[in-house]
Each structure stands twice: as structure tokens, then as C-alpha cells.
Design a protein around this ligand. Structure first.
Ligand SMILES: O=Nc1c(NC[C@H](O)[C@H](O)[C@H](O)CO)[nH]c(=O)[nH]c1=O
Length: 165
């Protein structure tokens, strides 16, 4: 009988009992679609069941904070509470200061929502100066960067499970 029993194999499907919400803006739809696809792909790789990945959309990134709150509250009322929510948006600098104001307010409010809602709210907003920067971060330019949606899916699973007692 040996005491050095190997550690239990790390669960390859840690997300099997999780329910994850994805709330995406509809501005810059081609980039959004790639980010959402990457996010879903990674969630499934981590064991989250397709029926437990709930995808909703709102007009633009400015609606992500309040939309996330409404989404989380609705799922709780339906008796299908989310374990994490992933707001996804793509903000691309235009010719005015509009971009800076939305980025700043959305970022701060999404951060606050973690504490207000008491569940992980992942920061899935690209704040880019050019279309190309955004496309590269959505994995749409061969050999350049990777699809950040995958990172957000992984972060949601980790944060939903970490420190769980
Ligand atoms: O302007 N550029 C963008 C944008 N504007 C709309 C805004 O988020 C909101 O939906 C409206 O102001 C109505 O409240 N929303 C984005 O997601 N990306 C952008 O690049």
C-alpha cells in the first residue's frame, strides 16, 4: 500500500455542471461572431454542455452592463441561475471622443457588476483603435494574435469554480 497515491487526475471537463451566459453587442457583427464562436468552442472544450451555454444579444457595448444585470436576474427568476456571464463587445475608435467615454464607463461598470451581482462578470470587450486590431484579436487574421473569445470562455469557467467550497 503506497501513500504517494497520484493526485486525482485533473478533471478534463471542469465545466460540466456550469451554466454560462454570453451577452454580445451587435456592432461590428463579423468580429463579434468570431469572438462568440471562439468563446463557445472553449467553453465546450472545458466540458460546459451546449444547453448550458445561453447566448443573448443587445444593441451595443454601452448596453452590456445593464443588459448583463437584466440577463443574470432573468435567469435566476427562471430557476436557471448563471454561474458566470461573459459580456462581449467590440468598440473601435471613430473620429470623436465617443469611443473613450463608452470604453471607460463600460469597463468600470462591468468591473463593479462582479461585486454587485456576486458572480463572475468577464471582461469581453475589445477596445481597438483600428478594425485590423479588432480582427486580429478575434482570430480573423491568419498568424496574427489569437481569438480572445477563447480566453474569456476559459476565464469564466475558472472563476465560476475557483474558491468554491
Ligand atoms: O459607436 N460605436 C460603437 C457602439 N456604439 C453604440 C453604443 O454602444 C450604444 O448601443 C448606443 O449609443 C445606444 O445606447 N457600440 C459598440 O458596441 N461598438 C462601437 O464601436
Amino acid at each position: 500500500f503506497s501513500l504517494n497515491v497520484p493526485h486525482r487526475r485533473q478533471l478534463t471537463t471542469p465545466g460540466q455542471n456550469l451554466r454560462i451566459g454570453i451577452l454580445h453587442a451587435r456592432w461590428n457583427a463579423k468580429i463579434i461572431d468570431s469572438l462568440v464562436d471562439g468563446c463557445i468552442r472553449r467553453l465546450k472544450e472545458l466540458g460546459v454542455k451546449e444547453e448550458n451555454i445561453i447566448v443573448e444579444s443587445i444593441p451595443g457595448s454601452f448596453e452590456l452592463p445593464y443588459g448583463s444585470k437584466l440577463f443574470v436576474d432573468k435567469q435566476a427568476k427562471l430557476g436557471q441561475p448563471l454561474d458566470a456571464v461573459i459580456p462581449i463587445g467590440v468598440l473601435i475608435k471613430g473620429s470623436t471622443m465617443h469611443f473613450e467615454y463608452i470604453c471607460d464607463s463600460v469597463t468600470h461598470q462591468l468591473m463593479k457588476l462582479n461585486f454587485e451581482l456576486g458572480l463572475p462578470v468577464i471582461f469581453g470587450v475589445l477596445t481597438c483603435l483600428t478594425d485590423e486590431q479588432a480582427e486580429a484579436r478575434a482570430g480573423l487574421i491568419e498568424g496574427k494574435m489569437h481569438n480572445h473569445g477563447e480566453d474569456w470562455g476559459a476565464a469564466a469557467v475558472e472563476m465560476a469554480l475557483k474558491f468554491r467550497v
